[in-house]
Design a protein around this ligand. Structure first.
Ligand code: APR
Ligand code: PHB
Length: 390
């Protein structure tokens, strides 16, 4: 088989790029290791910055997001028994975010790909990129015991943190930067009305908590837990009790609890791989960078990579101009590092760090007091949360 762009990974990054390229007449194939049901079974983030929402519309995948997603003009930070609002709209001159689950967004992208006859090969085993530094790179994969080959002009590694693309780059050609946090987030999904119409990020000495949602009937809550905890350590009852303790009483009094329909623990990690290019293979999304979820940047950083990559490929195929491809890694990384800084900062501001000294805790408290005493500090938070310009 031959195509122009061979994409490894059918998560949001790969699907969005595939859809955008196809709409502009650029042929592409996605190789996805898992089944579609598996990909759609993963519960991930749920906050989209407006630039991402625009990209979904450009990809002709925005209809359900616009109908069912909720526009949020602000969110709360709870601390010391009170909650204070970050007015995203007022502080950014009219910007906001869209609350719409990654699962739904992925479903919309799959549906759009199906409608256009997009080529997505599921259950592709042993995917490997070859000859990345040549003008004739290709991909191989195994399907039903047979090895198949796809020749292409470019390979896109959109296969997430554990994918094969980044790992196929010789170690002396890539540098990795990493921070692992000494805790994880235990998350549950429950068919209950969210406790608040806007998200609440809560700092508490027992640990961080987050009240989020997927819709007005579906809530998503998280609590910070030690790294060695497993989901079996937490019954639904224990989860709700702990969550209540970490929220101001005015909030916990209104919390509607119910059975969890999903429960999982995610470790927190900051990670960047540089550069995001090796020959004619380009990395995008989680394949190249991971943020702790506190600033809701993960999916959004993937979207900005796709935006840059889409325009770079468009310039190559439509104008014979390779400057976008040549500048991709540098441009994408500049924004990625800003998302890293913000995510690290929000995480540091709001979590309990077991190794913190009294001095560290005092600084953390002062950081919060400063935030709510300064319109500029709040505006800086808001500008990062709604997404820096592409
Ligand atoms: N071969 C083929 N596909 C693979 C391989 C492989 N060796 N390894 C992983 N994949 C697939 C995964 O099964 C997954 O469906 O690549 C896809 C990668 O998807 P994601 O992990 O969702 O990454 P990405 O598309 O970059 O999405 C951005 O950022 O913070 C997160 O929650 C956010 O998941 C979102 C991500
Ligand atoms: C979520 O709803 O899953 C969510 C929302 C905001 C975050 C992280 C996760 O910062």
């Amino acid at each position: 088989m031959k195509t122009q762009v061979g994409i490894i990974g059918g998560g949001p990054s790969g699907l969005l790029l595939s859809q955008l390229l196809h709409l502009r007449g650029i042929d592409n194939v996605i190789l996805e290791r898992r089944s579609r049901d598996y990909v759609l079974g993963r519960i991930r983030a749920g906050v989209l910055e407006h630039g991402f929402a625009d990209l979904m519309r450009e990809a002709e995948c925005g209809a359900r997001m616009d109908a069912e997603g909720e526009i949020h003009d602000g969110f709360y930070i709870a601390h010391n028994g009170i909650k204070e609002r970050i007015d995203l709209n007022g502080l950014t001159g009219g910007n906001s975010v869209v609350v719409y689950g990654q699962t739904e967004l992925t479903r919309d992208l799959y549906e759009a790909r199906d409608k256009m006859g997009g080529n997505i090969i599921h259950n592709a085993e042993d995917v490997k990129p070859h000859d990345m530094t040549s003008d004739a790179p290709y991909l191989t994969y195994r399907s039903g015991g047979e090895i198949k080959r796809i020749d292409c002009d470019y390979i896109i590694g959109a296969d997430g943190f554990h994918g094969v693309s980044r790992k196929s780059i010789p170690s002396d050609k890539i540098k990795e930067f990493e921070r692992i946090y000494p805790f994880g987030w235990l998350g549950i999904l429950s068919r209950t009305k969210p406790v608040s119409p806007e998200l609440i990020y809560a700092k508490h000495e027992r640990g961080f908590a987050l009240c989020s949602m997927r819709s007005q009937q579906l809530s998503r809550y998280y609590i910070q837990v030690p790294l060695d905890n497993t989901v079996d350590d937490w019954s639904d009852g224990q989860f709700w009790d702990e969550l209540k303790m970490r929220l101001p009483t005015e909030v916990s009094a209104g919390l509607i609890t119910g059975p969890s329909i999903e429960k999982s623990i995610a470790p927190l990690r900051s990670f960047v791989a540089e550069p995001m290019r090796y020959g004619n293979m380009f990395l995008a999304g989680d394949a190249a960078h991971i943020v702790p979820p506190t600033g809701a940047r993960g999916l959004n950083s993937a979207a900005s990579d796709i935006y840059y990559l889409f325009h770079a490929l468009l310039d190559h195929y439509k104008k014979g101009d390779d400057s976008g491809l040549d500048g991709y890694s540098e441009k994408a990384l500049a924004r990625v590092w800003k998302a890293q800084r913000f995510s690290w900062w929000m995480t540091t501001l709001l979590h309990s760090f077991p190794s913190n000294s009294d001095f560290d805790n005092h600084l953390q408290q002062t950081d919060l007091e400063y935030l709510f005493s300064s319109k500029s500090a709040m505006a800086s938070l808001a500008e990062n949360y709604v997404g820096l310009p592409f």
